[in-house]
Design a protein around this ligand. Structure first.
Ligand code: FAD
Length: 405
C-alpha cells in the first residue's frame, strides 16, 4: 500500500491543504496529525466572540468531523509528532509509533512568547491565548470589577482588553514600546486605537516595562512596573508576540531561521518536506517573510497542496488581516514593511478612517477602520499594481472607486 501524504498540525493551514489536495484530484491516503484534541478550528474568535461567550464552540470548527470521514482523511488528534526522519521518510509520534510518508507538510503553527518564570510568568491567573484551552481558562475569570492587566499592546492583547472592558472589568494595558501596535502599524492607527480604548475606560500605559508579576501561593496579585508603580491585578493576559513552531523541523536537520525556511513553492531544504502557515518563513518580493494570519494559512495551505502534487506557480499573496475591537472592524490589506510615508483619509461616518502606506510613490498597504469600501478599493489597487497618486488619496473629495479603476 502507498504511504500517505502526512500533514503535521491540525490547524487552519492543514485543513486548507487537505481540502485542496482532494479538490485537485489527489485520492491517495491522507493523514492529519494534531496534538490538540479538537478538529481544526478558527483561532481568531478566541480573543473575540468566543472568549466573550457570544460564539458557540461548534461555530469555530472549519469543517464538521463527518467531512473528514467523507473525504477519507484520517484525522489523528491528541497526538504529537515528536521526530521526523527525512532520510527514510518516517514520522514518530508521542506514543512511539512510526508512520511512513511519501510527502509531508509541516503546518505546526506558532506559540505565544511567555514571560519568564523568574518574573512571575508561570503564576496562576497569568494567561496567554493560543488555543481553545487557553480561551476556556480565561472566560470564567472575566467577571465585572476584576482587575485585568494586559501585557503587550498588540492586536491580541487589545482584543482581549476590549472584550474585558465591555464585560465591566477594570483593564490596564502596559506596552513597553513608545506606542501600542508599534510593530505592526503606523502612529495614526495606534492613535486611533488608544483613543478608542480610553473612551471605553481602559488605561493604556505606553513606554512602560514590566519589572515583575507578583503573587502569593502561585496566585497573581499584582505587578510591579519598571517605574516602581505597583498595580493590583486579579488576572493578566500576556500578548507579547509569538514564536514559530520550528523545533520538529530543526531537529530533523531542516533549515530554520525565524520559522521553517521555504521557497516560493513551500519546499523546505529537505526534499518532499514542505511547510505552510504561521511556522513557514517564505521568500516574498525578494525578502524572507513570515505571516501570522488566517489569509496566509488558508492561501499558503492551498498553495502547498499544489506544491505537494508538483503543480504550483510561485506563492505571491496579497496579505490581508483583520481585528475586531468594540464596534470597530480594522481591515488591513498589503504589508506595510519598509513604508516611508502615510496618508490619513477620513471616512464618511464616525470612527471611520483609513491609513494608506507608501514606499516612495508606491502604495504598499492600507489599514481601514470601519471603512470596508476603502479596504476593498485599496486592496484592488494593490492587486492591480497600477500607480496610485498620493495627492489623490490625500484629497478627501476624491472618489476611491474612480482611483481604483
Ligand atoms: P495553527 O492554526 O496554530 O495550527 C497549528 C496546529 O499544529 C496547532 O493545533 C498546534 O497545536 C499543532 N502542532 C504544533 N506542533 C505539533 C506537533 N509536533 N505535532 C502535532 N501537532 C502539532 N489571524 C487573522 O488573520 N485575523 C485575526 O483576527 C486573528 N486573530 C487571532 C486571534 C488569536 C487569539 C490567535 C491565537 C490567532 C489569531 N490570528 C488571526 C492568527 C491565525 O489564527 C493564525 O495565523 C492561523 O491559525 C495559523 O494557522 P496555522 O495552521 O499555521 O497554525
Amino acid at each position: 500500500m502507498t504511504a500517505p501524504i502526512i500533514l503535521v498540525g491540525a490547524g487552519q493551514a492543514s485543513a486548507s491543504c487537505a481540502a485542496k489536495l482532494r479538490a485537485l484530484g489527489y485520492d491517495g491516503p491522507l493523514t492529519i496529525i494534531g496534538d490538540e484534541q479538537a478538529a481544526p478550528y478558527q483561532r481568531p474568535p478566541l480573543s473575540k466572540k468566543y472568549v466573550s461567550g457570544e460564539l458557540a464552540l461548534e461555530r469555530l470548527f472549519i469543517r464538521p468531523l463527518s467531512w473528514y470521514a467523507e473525504q477519507k482523511i484520517e484525522l489523528r488528534l491528541g497526538t504529537r509528532a515528536t521526530a521526523l526522519r527525512a532520510s527514510d521518510r518516517k514520522l514518530t509520534l508521542a506514543d512511539g509509533s512510526e508512520l511512513p510518508f511519501t510527502k509531508l507538510l509541516l503546518a505546526t503553527g506558532s506559540r505565544p512568547r511567555q514571560l519568564p518564570a523568574e518574573i512571575g510568568g508561570t503564576l496562576g491567573n497569568v494567561f496567554t491565548i493560543r488555543n481553545l484551552a487557553d480561551a476556556d481558562a480565561i472566560a470564567p475569570a472575566l467577571v465585572p470589577g476584576a482587575k485585568l492587566l494586559v501585557i503587550g499592546g498588540g492586536y491580541i492583547g487589545l482584543e482581549a482588553a476590549a472584550v474585558a472592558a465591555q464585560k465591566g472589568l477594570d483593564v490596564t494595558v502596559i506596552e513597553m514600546a513608545d506606542r501600542i501596535l508599534q510593530r505592526v502599524a503606523a502612529a495614526p492607527t495606534s492613535d486611533f486605537f488608544r483613543a478608542l480604548h480610553r473612551a471605553h475606560g481602559v488605561t493604556i500605559r505606553e513606554a512602560m516595562g514590566l519589572a515583575e508579576l507578583i503573587g502569593t501561593d502561585n496566585h497573581l496579585t499584582g505587578a510591579r512596573l519598571k517605574d516602581g508603580t505597583i498595580l493590583p491585578a486579579d488576572l493578566a493576559i500576556v500578548g507579547i508576540g509569538i514564536l514559530p513552531n520550528d523545533d520538529l523541523a530543526q531537529a530533523a536537520g531542516i533549515d530554520v531561521g525565524g520559522g521553517i525556511l521555504v521557497d516560493a513553492q513551500c519546499r523546505t531544504s529537505v526534499p518532499d518536506i514542505f511547510a505552510a502557515g504561521d511556522c513557514a518563513n517564505f521568500l516574498w518580493q525578494g525578502q524572507r517573510t513570515r505571516l501570522e494570519s488566517v489569509q496566509n494559512a488558508i492561501d499558503q495551505g492551498e498553495h502547498a497542496a499544489a506544491c505537494l502534487l508538483g503543480q504550483a506557480p510561485d506563492y505571491d499573496p496579497i496579505p490581508w488581516f483583520w481585528s475586531d475591537q468594540y464596534d470597530v472592524k480594522l481591515q488591513i490589506a498589503g504589508l506595510n514593511r519598509g513604508y516611508d510615508s502615510t496618508i490619513l483619509r477620513p471616512g464618511k461616518r464616525p470612527l471611520s478612517q483609513s491609513i494608506w502606506y507608501f514606499r516612495g510613490d508606491t502604495l504598499i498597504a492600507i489599514d481601514a477602520m470601519n471603512d470596508a469600501l476603502a479596504y476593498a478599493l485599496g486592496k484592488k489597487m494593490l492587486e492591480s499594481g497600477k500607480p496610485v497618486a498620493k495627492v489623490a488619496i490625500a484629497d478627501p473629495a476624491s472618489d476611491l472607486k474612480v482611483l481604483a479603476q
